[in-house]
Design a protein around this ligand. Sequence first.
Ligand code: TYD
Length: 138
Amino acid sequence: MEPVLYPLRKIENAHGSLTAIEGLRDIPFEIKRVYYIYAVAEGARRGFHAHHELRQVLICVHGSCKVLLDDGVTKAVVVLEDPGQGLYIGRMVWREMFDFSPDAVLLVLASDYYDEEDYIRSYDEFLSECGKQGDLID
Ligand code: TYD
């Protein structure tokens, strides 16, 4: 799968840098939730799920981490280390986040409120849901 990375506008001056993100302008959805992941234990891997409907943009605002994306057919690994870049993750994409630097702060913009019902936390279930989608397209 081909990862979608959005360049985010950086406003720089002698006092420092600022990046602003506006829902439906800089990213393709209205932002209903923001959360951030930090102080990740060395070697820890997070994620291990997909979402039926939720869409997200991930920005590593400090430090670095890697994200594995898997659409059920192909996989890609993206290195996030630039606060001026946002990784879009659409519906039905399995993700795993790993190789967090000790100082990493991963900011996540989400298209909806937290809803455990929207999660697919079993990889086998994810693959079977992808298969069903394929059947519909056929
Ligand atoms: P989870 O989504 O599994 O984190 P990760 O994908 O980074 O491994 O969420 C971890 C815990 O936090 C889980 O108990 C659910 C809770 N949580 C919320 O309460 N609200 C949220 O917006 C998120 C993302 C998680």
